[in-house]
Design a binder for this molecule. Structure first.
Ligand code: 4NP
Length: 144
């Protein structure tokens, strides 16, 4: 399975989701391809936010080598599932969908269309955001 994790900047939430999903796929022996992207263009080529790098490192996951990139229409061709963090990412990605098959690939990472809060302006959110993302990724790894 090929999974793309999407947030706004591709430096806080989706690199955490990519790193955690990679970690869990390896741990559970799943031959999955995992990537992440942002709907915005501000952080193309940037490493993840240092607060995300630190939180992941604290949990034994190294995301320091990831680099930001922007979501592209051709990602609908490459990936089977596209997980978004919040309602605004959902709208931004769906607007780029070319047909129903593209739209069907887009899902909220959290159950019941709950949102992963954007931690950019609040240092205290990185730890809870990590936990939310970890739990969601574990559910995906276990249930598919
Ligand atoms: P992310 O967080 O979408 O989780 O990567 C953000 C990162 C950067 C900005 C906003 C959100 N920004 O405005 O640059």
């Amino acid at each position: 399975m090929k999974i793309l994790m999407v947030c706004l900047g591709n430096i806080c939430r989706s690199p955490l989701a990519e790193g955690i999903m990679r970690h869990l796929a390896e741990k559970k022996g799943l031959d999955w391809e995992i990537d992440s992207a942002g709907t915005g263009s501000w952080h193309i080529g940037d490493p993840p936010d240092h607060r995300s790098v630190k939180e992941a490192h604290r949990q034994g996951i190294d995301i320091s080598g990831l680099r930001g990139r922007q979501f592209q229409v051709k990602d609908f061709d490459t990936f089977d599932r596209i997980y978004v963090m919040d309602r605004s990412n959902y709208g931004d990605v769906l607007r780029k969908a070319r047909d129903e098959a593209d739209k069907a690939k887009v899902r909220f990472l959290l159950p019941n269309e709950a949102e992963v809060p954007d931690p950019w302006y609040d240092d205290a959110l990185f730890a809870p955001v990590y936990k939310l993302i970890y739990q969601a990724c574990e559910n995906i790894a276990d249930k598919g």
